[in-house]
Each structure stands twice: as C-alpha cells, then as structure tokens.
Design a protein around this ligand. Structure first.
Ligand code: PRP
Length: 208
C-alpha cells in the first residue's frame, strides 16, 4: 500500500512543524529543515513527508498527491483549494494586514494600487469594502513596493512587525489572523480514514 503522504511547507515554518511532528511521535529518517532532500520516510515506510513551497501544499492535498498538508492558513485561503481543514496546530501565528508608508492613510480614491503575494485575499477584502483595486502580484520583498512607488499599499503577512518597521511602513488595517493548519484530501479522508485519523489524533495531543 502507498504510504500516507504528509506535505510540509519548506522555509521559515519548517523547523517548528518538524518539532511538532517529533513531539507527536511522528519521526522520519534524516528529516531536517535545512536538508535539500524532499522526501523522508518513517521507520516502517507507512508514512512519508514531502517538502514543498507553502503555496503548493494545498494544491498537492486537493489533487490527492498528498493526503495531509501542514500549512499556513494564508496559503490555504489564497490557493482556494477544496480540502478539509481538521486541526489548528497553534503555531505560525501571524496576520494579514494592509500597510503603507508612515503617515499615509487608506484612500477611498476610485482605484488604489495594492502590491501583494496574496491577490485573492486582497481582492476579497477590498471587494467587501466596495473599493476598486489594481493588484500588483509580487513573489517576495513586498514591503519594497510602496518605498519605490510601485504601489500605494501592500497586503502582506505580519508576524513580528520587524520588516514593516525596518522599512518605515505601518499597519493601516488588519484583515485576519493566520496560523498553521492540518488539512486533508477529501477522498483520502474517506478511503484512508483510520490512518489519517491516527496521525491527526497524534498531532492534536501536542497542540497547545
Ligand atoms: C514574510 C512576509 C513579510 C515578513 C513578515 O516574508 O511577507 O515580508 O515575512 O514578518 P515579520 O513581521 O516578522 O517581519 P518572508 O520572510 O516569507 O519573505 P519574502 O519577502 O521573500 O516573501
């Protein structure tokens, strides 16, 4: 039988996620956040972990390439993936906020320009406010956009607030809070429910 596949986000959240898996008794040979390896197996090869970009985790889970995903709510919302969200892991806590250069307030002009890695989130939020926006989709260093004049505002993740502060930006509005979730493929949840439920239960024992 195929191993149960757990997709994890590489990068900043990986260390905390691996710690949580270990605390839950889910151990994988050579699993290390700094490794360049992308697939890791447990001792009896019944479960494997795959490492991918956070934004891709919900897609792998929706398509059934992974049974379980451990990923930030930001990526779940932005991907619009059809998955079950079973558990809040209590880590990776941050928020989506709108920010701009210090002293700039939120304009109600006909159309404002927003730079973001999260166009779906931005469109949804400003859509609810009936504010027209022109979205500039970026892949990182979003805080640069208002400084260089690429956009008036940004919609981005704020964790410590250091990146905003160090670049002379400030929060204008908070959109919503984010944390790391365990998500599950809908078909796998029906066909492999015992194995999946066991893993979810193990994870739930260590969630604070
Ligand atoms: C994220 C986010 C902010 C920063 C917020 O970027 O997009 O830039 O972290 O964290 P802070 O509030 O603790 O400063 P990331 O580090 O993932 O890098 P990126 O700019 O390449 O997207």
């Amino acid at each position: 039988m195929q191993p149960v596949t757990i997709a994890l986000a590489k990068g900043r959240p990986a260390k905390q996620t691996i710690k949580l898996l270990q605390a839950a008794g889910l151990t994988f040979e050579e699993l290390d956040a700094s490794s360049r390896k992308l697939v890791f197996y447990n001792e009896d090869q019944s479960v494997r972990v795959i490492f991918l970009k956070g934004m891709d985790v919900p897609i792998y889970v929706e398509k059934g390439a992974a049974d379980i995903g451990i990923v930030g709510k930001d990526n779940i919302i932005e991907s619009q993936a059809e998955v079950y969200e079973l558990l809040d892991l209590g880590i990776g806590k941050c928020k989506f906020s709108i920010a701009a250069k210090q002293g700039v307030s939120l304009s109600t002009d006909k159309e404002i320009t927003i730079a973001t890695k999260y166009p779906i989130v931005a469109k949804r939020y400003f859509g609810q406010k009936n504010q027209l926006i022109d979205v500039v989709k970026l892949n990182g260093s979003v805080e640069l956009a208002p400084l260089i004049g690429l956009a008036d505002y940004i919609v981005d993740i704020v964790e410590t607030g250091n990146t905003l502060r160090e670049n002379g930006l400030e929060i204008l509005e908070d959109i919503e809070t984010i944390s790391t979730k365990a998500i599950v493929n809908k078909a796998s949840f029906a066909t492999r429910s015992t194995e999946i439920q066991r893993i979810i239960n193990q994870l739930s024992t260590v969630v604070g």
